[in-house]
Design a protein around this ligand. Sequence first.
Ligand SMILES: [Zn+2]
Length: 98
Amino acid sequence: MNALPRSVTVHSASRLLRIEWDDGSESALPHALLRARCRCAFCTKAARAGAAAPDCSGVVLTEAHAMADAGLNLVFSDGHRRGIYPWAYLRELDEGVS
Ligand SMILES: [Zn+2]
């Protein structure tokens, strides 16, 4: 399944990223989870080097930029803005939560 998003909304009060997919389903992803699961080169390298997972509980999402087919570029309140989350990965994360 390769669904694309119909709309992406950042909710600050509930700290959720909501994605409405073109197949009618909806995902709600906590900001802290997204930050913790960043797969950018920097975070992947830190994890491989055995760095402890950072405490992301207080981190919120400040911006989300859709990058067409590539996915979503997310900007977090801790200044991290490198992560690009492929659409399929975002769906996978949502299924992991529920
Ligand atoms: Zn990262």
